[in-house]
Write a protein that binds this ligand. Structure first.
Ligand code: PBG
Length: 325
């Protein structure tokens, strides 16, 4: 007595003991895999900036979705890479757009897989902004919300189970919820990118989507990385407006935000382990500086520990394989 000895180490003495006392563990059930849809036929091409990810034409995407489902991953998050852009981003709500066609094909082929669609205009507008730009060069909030609602409606009409607005306009969840209800889609969920920060970690994604703003930046709508209380306000508003799941994005630098949200709100919380975070690990691993699988597993475990129920990650397929052996 009197010596600390193995006071804390007793419960770390074997893998079995560590597993026994662990309160958080990542499961394949938590994962969402982002899928990129582009128009055309027979297309299956690598996305250069997000290593390991591919873009598919609608006729090819169902096979990939089957593969994802066979790994036990419950959901995919669909992004569109349009080949035509215009001022208003009209391809975003086109009935035959790549996302809409892909959602239909996936729901036909793999109905058990949840299809979530990213709802935003930045990949579709010539300005690269997440909304329509006014004559005075500002992103018009309410005009954008109307178009986002139209886009969300086209996605659920194509079979999407859940829409995920990632634009950060004020009130967009209310516009979308109302539009879905008016059109008989009160059964479809909304996962809002509620606390989405103006982050440099989206670089590889913007490269893939060609969605870097033509002028200015996204700081007039995405959150300031230095803010925390404001994230709670954003999340509370989205829940009040009808969001079913709220997201914090990016993940790793924002674990405090995930944890605060977990303590304060009861609804499911998603964390997006974004392209830059994913590529940081990949690049460091390539340079021989760290072990990719171990670093990824650690990052995802930390997102869980902070309080995320759902993790959106480009490593979902690899992680699922590692988790299920
Ligand atoms: C669209 C959108 C972005 C991401 C998801 N949806 C880019 C952005 O806001 O600039 C980023 C995803 C990633 O980096 O992995 N608004």
């Amino acid at each position: 007595m009197g010596f600390p000895g193995n006071r804390m180490r007793r419960l770390r003495s074997s893998d079995a003991m560590r597993r026994l006392v662990r309160r958080n563990s990542l499961s394949v059930d938590d994962l969402v895999y982002p899928l990129f849809a582009r128009s055309g036929e027979g297309v299956k091409e690598p996305i250069e900036s997000i290593e390991g990810c591919l873009a598919f034409s609608p006729d090819m995407i169902a096979n990939e979705a089957k593969d994802v489902a066979s790994l036990g991953i419950p959901a995919v998050l669909l992004f569109g890479l349009p080949d035509k852009k215009d001022q208003r981003g009209s391809q975003a709500w086109a009935e035959d757009g790549a996302v809409q066609q892909s959602a239909r094909r996936i729901k036909d082929a793999v109905p058990q897989l949840a299809v979530i669609t990213d709802v935003c205009l930045c990949a579709y507008t010539t300005s690269g902004h997440c909304g329509v730009v006014n004559k005075d060069g500002r992103v018009d909030n309410d005009a954008t919300c109307e178009l986002l609602a139209k886009t969300a409606l086209s996605h659920v009409q194509a079979g999407a189970d859940m829409v995920a607005p990632s634009d950060m306009m004020d009130g967009r969840v209310r516009y979308i919820r109302q539009c879905l209800e008016e059109n008989g889609f009160d059964d479809r969920a909304i996962m809002s990118y509620a606390a989405k920060y103006a982050s440099a970690f989206y670089g590889p994604f913007r490269d893939a989507a060609g969605s870097s703003p033509e002028f200015g930046d996204r700081r007039s709508y995405q959150m300031d990385p230095a803010c925390s209380d404001q994230a709670m306000q954003e999340i509370a508003l989205d829940i009040e407006e009808g969001a079913d799941i709220v997201m914090v994005k990016p993940g790793l630098c924002y674990l405090d935000i995930i944890q605060r949200a977990r303590q304060r709100f009861d609804c499911p919380i998603a964390a997006y382990f974004v392209s830059g975070e994913y590529m940081m690990i990949k690049s460091a691993a390539k340079a021989g500086l760290l072990d990719e699988d171990a670093a990824t597993a650690e990052a995802l475990a930390c997102l869980k520990r902070a309080g995320a129920d759902i993790i959106i990650t480009y490593s979902a397929k690899t992680s699922a394989k590692l988790l299920t052996g």
